[in-house]
Design a protein around this ligand. Structure first.
Ligand code: MCN
Length: 763
C-alpha cells in the first residue's frame, strides 16, 4: 500500500497509549462480585497411579469452600480431551490419546498435571490449603525421551496407546526416492533436533468462570486467541452445548499459539462454579505456565538429501519423530499439517518420502507455538542444504539459486501436496545478498580473525503456509452510526498484534475516512459470528480481508440510501472520502447521514485459502573461541508478505519472530531429568528467555508478490520471523565453527556448549 493512502494516519498503533499507560484490561483486572479463588494442586511426579486423594485437612482450612478432585471430573463426564489430530495415518491409523479427566483420575502422566482444585474466598487461602491436600501415589517408571518412548520395553503411558505410539504416517514416494538416492553423486545426512520450548507469553494463563443456573449458562473470562475453536472444544470436552458457553476476552498479553485451545483447567473451573453457585477465578503463576502451557517445537528429524554432480537436488527423505507429550492437545495438529505442507521448502526436489512417528511421553503436551511446525521443517531443510553446500564445496547461495522453484513455476504443487501460490525466490535472494554484502564476507571474516574471533555467515530461504483456517468462513459485522463511526465486529483476537490499528486502517482506507472513525470489536461476549481465531498468521488474510469486503458493501448500501436522498439511481451515485455525490445533483450526502435515522448494519464473509509468505534472511555472527560466546553482528531480512497494511507493525512482527527464534537458538530449552521425569526448567532462574539485545538492528527490505487469495493482496507475517531466523542463526554459528572442526551442534548454542564443541574438535 502506498504511503499516500495513509494520509489520515501516521501508522502508529492506536492501541498503544491504552496498553502502555496501564489502562489495558487483562485477566487479573477482571473481577466480578462474590468471586471465589481457585488454586490447582498439581502432580509432583511424572508418572504415577493415584492411590488416594485426601481433602479433609484442606477443607478444614479457614476460608476454603470446596476441593474438587478427579472423581468430580469423572462424575461430570469431563474425561475426553478434544484433540484435532484428525488425519488418517498409515494403514488407516487414527491418532490415539489417553483419556484425560479435567482433574487427573487414576493416573498422572506429567509433572504439573492438575489433580485437585481448591476453592477459597481468597487466592492466598486457596494456595495455602492446596498444600494440605494429601495425595498418595504409587510411582511408575517414566519416559520423557521421544525415541526411548518408542523402544520396546519402554514404560507404557496408557493401554489406549500401545507402544506409546499415538500416530504413524507417511507421505511421498518411497520407491522414487530410493531410485534417486541410488543414482546420486552426493548424499547429505543430518539428524536435526528442534528443541522443546515453552511459550511464556507475558500474561500468565487465567480463567474466571461464572454459572447462571437460571439459563444454565457459563460465562467464561480468559485471555485467548479467539473464541470459536475454544468454544467448540470446551463443548466437546464437557458436553455443555456451545451456546451455553459465553466467552469474554479483554486485552491479552501475548499468546504465541498456546492460547488457542481448550485447557482442562477451564472445564474444572466450570465444575466448581456450578457446584458452588459462585464465580471462581484462577490466575496461573509463571511456574504453572512453564509446566502446563502447551510446549512447542520438539521434533527430531533424520534427514537425507540427494544431489547430482551439479548440485541439483534429486530427492529428500525425512524420518520425523514428533513427541506430543502425555496427551494430544487441541493444538497438536499443526505439527503435522504445517510440516507436511512445506516439506520441500523453496526448492524443486523431484522425489520426496517422509515418515512420521508420534510418541506420547511423560511430558507437558505440545501445542501450537509461533510457527507450529513451519520453523521446524524450515530448519530441517535449511540445515540439510547448508550442510550439503559445505560438503560439496559450493557457495550456499549458489546452491540455493540452482534449486529454487523458478518464479514461472508458480502456482506450484509440492510433492507433499502444498500448493504454493506465488513467490520470487531468485528476486528475494538477489536483494538479500546485496543488502548483506554477501560478497564482502571474506574480508569481514579476516578482520574478525585479527581480533581472535571466529566469524560466520548464515543464510536461509524459506516459505510457509499462512491464512487457511478451519472455520467455515470468516465473518465481519459492520455498523455505521449517526456519528459516522464505523464499528467492525469479528472473532479474531489481537494479543498484542495491533489489530485495532491494522484492521481499522483496512476499513479507513477502503472508506477513505480517518482511522479515528473506525472501531474494532473482537470477540464480543455472546457473539454468534463465525470465523477463525488468531493463529496460523491468518487474521489479516481472513478477518482483515473481510473488513475490506464489508467496507465495500457499506459503500454499495450507502449509494442506494444516498440515491434516495439525491433523487437519482444508485448507479448514478459516486463515493469518495466519506461523501456520496452524483453528477445529477449538487447535494452531498455525508457517510454519517445515511445512518441518521437508523444504524446501518451489514454482514460480510469470506473463505480464503493459504497464502505463502517467503523470504531470505542472512546473519553474521562472531564467536569468541575463548569463551564460547556468540554475538550476532549483522542481521538482514528480505521478506515477501504480499501487500503490507502497516509497515511498522509488520517490522515489529518480524523483529519479534526473529528474536523468538533466536531465543530457541541461543538458550531456550525445556529439560527433563531422564531418570525422574522432573522438569528442570520450571522457573525463569532455569529457563532462558531472550532479551531484545541479542539481535542487532535488523536491516530489512520488502519484496512483495501480491497474493490473489485475499482481495488485499496480503500474506500473513506473524510467524515468518522465527521460521527464517532459526536456520539462519544456527547456520551462521556452524559456518563460524566449521574451520575449527565443528560441523554439527544442536540447539541451544549456549556459550558452554559452543566452547565444549570447540574444545572437543581440537582434541
Ligand atoms: N500485517 C500487515 N500486513 C500484512 C500482514 C500482516 O500489516 N501483509 C499485520 C496484521 O494486520 C497484524 C499483524 O501484522 O496486525 C500480524 O498479522 P498476521 O500475519 O495476519 O497474523 P495474526 O494477526 O493472525 O497473528 C498470529 C501470529 C501468530 S500465529 C503468532 S503465534 C504470533 C504472532 O502472530 N503471536 C503473537 N505475532 C504475535 N505478536 C504478539 N505481539 N503477540 C503474540 O502472541
Amino acid at each position: 500500500m502506498s504511503s499516500e493512502t495513509h494520509h489520515h494516519h501516521d501508522g502508529r498503533r492506536v492501541e498503544d497509549v491504552r496498553l502502555i499507560t496501564g489502562a489495558g484490561r487483562y485477566a487479573s483486572d477482571w473481577n466480578v462480585p462474590g468471586q471465589l479463588y481457585g488454586h490447582f494442586v498439581r502432580a509432583d511426579r511424572a508418572h504415577a497411579e493415584i492411590v488416594s486423594v485426601d481433602t479433609k485437612k484442606a477443607l478444614a482450612f479457614p476460608g476454603v469452600k470446596a476441593v474438587f478432585t478427579g472423581e468430580d471430573a469423572v462424575r461430570a463426564g469431563y474425561t475426553r480431551a478434544p484433540h484435532t489430530m484428525q488425519f488418517v495415518g498409515k494403514n488407516g491409523m487414527k491418532a490415539r490419546s489417553p483419556a484425560r479427566p479435567v482433574l487427573a483420575h487414576g493416573k498422572v502422566r506429567f509433572v504439573g498435571e492438575a489433580v485437585a482444585l481448591v476453592v477459597a474466598d481468597t487466592a492466598a487461602a486457596a494456595q495455602d490449603a492446596a498444600d494440605l491436600v494429601e495425595i498418595d501415589y504409587r510411582e511408575l517408571e517414566s519416559v520423557t525421551d521421544a525415541e526411548r518412548a518408542l523402544d520396546r520395553g519402554a514404560p507404557q503411558l496408557s493401554d489406549e496407546v500401545p507402544g506409546n505410539l499415538a500416530w504413524e504416517s507417511e507421505v511421498g514416494d518411497e520407491k522414487a526416492v530410493e531410485a534417486a538416492f541410488a543414482a546420486a553423486a552426493h548424499i547429505t545426512r543430518a539428524k536435526v533436533v528442534s528443541t522443546r520450548v515453552a511459550p511464556n507469553p507475558m500474561e500468565p494463563r487465567a480463567c474466571l468462570v461464572a454459572y447462571d443456573a437460571s439459563t444454565e449458562t457459563y460465562r467464561i473470562h480468559s485471555p485467548m486467541q479467539g473464541i470459536t475453536t475454544i468454544r467448540s472444544q470446551l463443548a466437546a470436552y464437557t458436553k455443555v452445548p456451545a451456546e451455553k458457553l459465553v466467552f469474554e476476552v479483554g486485552d491479552v498479553g501475548g499468546g504465541f499459539g498456546q492460547r488457542s485451545g481448550a485447557y482442562p483447567e477451564y472445564a474444572a473451573l466450570m465444575i466448581a462454579a456450578k457446584a458452588l453457585s459462585a464465580p471462581v477465578k484462577w490466575t496461573g503463576s509463571r511456574t504453572e505456565g512453564l509446566l502446563t502451557d502447551t510446549h512447542g517445537r520438539n521434533m527430531i528429524a533424520y534427514g537425507q538429501l540427494a544431489l547430482d554432480k551439479d548440485g541439483k537436488f534429486l530427492a529428500m527423505r525425512i524420518d520425523w519423530i514428533v513427541d506430543l507429550g502425555a496427551y494430544l492437545s487441541p493444538g497438536a495438529q499443526g505439527h503435522i499439517r504445517n510440516t507436511t505442507n512445506c516439506m520441500t521448502g523453496v526448492y524443486k526436489i523431484p522425489a520426496l518420502y517422509a515418515s512420521y512417528r508420534i510418541p506420547i511421553t511423560n511430558t507437558t503436551p505440545l501445542g501450537a507455538y509461533r510457527g507450529a511446525g513451519r520453523p521446524d521443517i524450515a530448519y530441517t531443510v535449511e540445515r540439510l542444504v547448508n550442510q550439503a553446500a559445505a560438503e560439496i564445496g559450493m557457495d550456499a547461495a549458489e546452491l540455493r539459486r540452482r534449486n529454487f522453484i523458478p518464479p514461472e513455476a508458480f502456482p506450484y504443487t509440492s510433492p507433499s501436496g502444498g500448493s504454493y501460490e506465488i513467490a520470487d525466490m531468485p528476486g528475494v535472494l538477489a536483494k538479500a545478498l546485496e543488502l548483506a554484502d554477501w560478497k564482502g564476507f571474506g574480508a569481514r571474516r579476516d578482520k574478525s580473525k585479527q581480533t581472535g574471533k571466529l566469524r560466520g555467515i548464515g543464510i536461509s530461504t524459506v516459505i510457509e503456509n499462512t491464512g487457511l483456517g478451519n472455520a467455515p468462513a470468516d465473518e465481519v459485522e459492520m455498523q455505521l452510526d449517526a456519528s459516522g463511526t464505523v464499528t467492525a465486529f469479528m472473532v479474531a483476537k489481537t494479543q498484542g498484534h495491533g489489530h485495532e490499528t491494522t484492521f481499522g486502517s483496512i476499513i479507513a482506507n477502503a472508506l477513505e475516512i480517518p482511522l479515528e472513525k473506525v472501531k474494532i470489536v473482537q470477540c464480543a461476549p455472546g457473539t454468534k459470528l463465525k470465523g477463525n481465531g488468531t493463529g496460523g498468521s491468518r487474521s489479516t488474510v481472513g478477518a482483515g480481508s473481510v473488513c475490506h469486503i464489508a467496507a465495500q458493501k457499506l459503500i454499495e448500501q450507502g449509494k442506494a440510501l444516498a440515491a434516495l436522498d439525491l433523487g437519482v439511481e444508485p448507479s448514478q451515485v459516486g463515493y469518495a472520502k466519506g461523501e456520496f455525490k452524483s453528477d445529477l445533483s449538487d447535494r452531498v450526502v455525508q457517510l454519517a447521514e445515511i445512518a441518521k435515522e437508523k444504524t446501518v448494519s451489514l454482514m460480510a464473509d469470506g473463505k480464503f485459502g493459504s497464502t505463502y509468505p517467503n523470504g531470505c534472511h542472512i546473519a553474521e555472527v562472531e564467536v569468541d573461541p575463548e569463551t564460547g560466546v556468540t554475538e550476532v553482528v549483522s542481521y538482514c531480512a528480505v521478506d515477501d508478505i504480499g501487500t503490507v497494511i502497516n509497515h511498522a507493525i509488520v517490522e515489529g512482527q518480524l523483529h519479534g519472530g526473529v528474536v523468538q527464534g533466536a531465543g530457541q537458538v541461543f538458550g531456550e530449552k525445556v529439560i527433563y531429568d531422564p531418570e525422574t521425569g522432573q522438569p528442570l526448567t520450571a522457573t525463569f532462574m532455569d529457563y532462558y528467555m531472550p532479551r531484545a539485545g541479542i539481535i542487532p538492528e535488523i536491516r530489512g527490505e520488502e519484496h512483495p508478490t501480491e497474493s490473489k487469495v485475499s482481495p488485499l493482496g496480503v500474506k500473513g507475517v506473524g510467524e515468518s520471523g522465527c521460521t527464517a531466523s532459526i536456520p539462519v542463526l544456527v547456520g551462521a554459528v556452524l559456518d563460524a565453527l566449521r574451520p575449527v572442526g565443528v560441523d554439527k551442534l544442536d540447539m541451544p548454542l549456549t556459550p558452554a556448549r559452543v566452547w565444549r564443541a570447540i574444545q572437543g574438535a581440537a582434541q
